[in-house]
Write a new protein. Structure first.
Length: 94
């Protein structure tokens, strides 16, 4: 299952979360199956978002949409966003 992993700093987590919840890229229609939001333990204004998809093509499509958001209105809510599409190759519980 491909995952679009996005990470960036935010000026205000609460402000960013409101923007994220408004869903400017329409996650569900873009093929997102589930997502996880994490904060750095030593910096609550640094977030990582993992969005899971059925296909790499869907992940690439949302990444393209997010790049448009980042270039426009997203600038007010995030700093230096970075993204990679990854796939789990091993998952072990101990």
């Amino acid at each position: 299952m491909p995952t679009l992993r996005i990470e960036h700093a935010v000026p205000s987590f609460d402000g960013w979360k409101r923007a994220f919840d408004s869903d400017p890229a329409n996650r569900k229609s873009s093929g997102v199956r589930r997502y996880r939001i994490s904060q750095a333990v030593d910096d609550p204004n640094y977030v990582t978002i993992d969005l899971d998809f059925d296909t790499v093509a869907d992940a690439r499509g949302l990444l393209a949409a997010m790049e448009q958001v980042w270039a426009g209105p997203g600038k007010a809510f995030m700093v230096d966003p970075r993204a990679k599409i990854v796939e789990i190759i091993e998952n072990v519980e101990l």
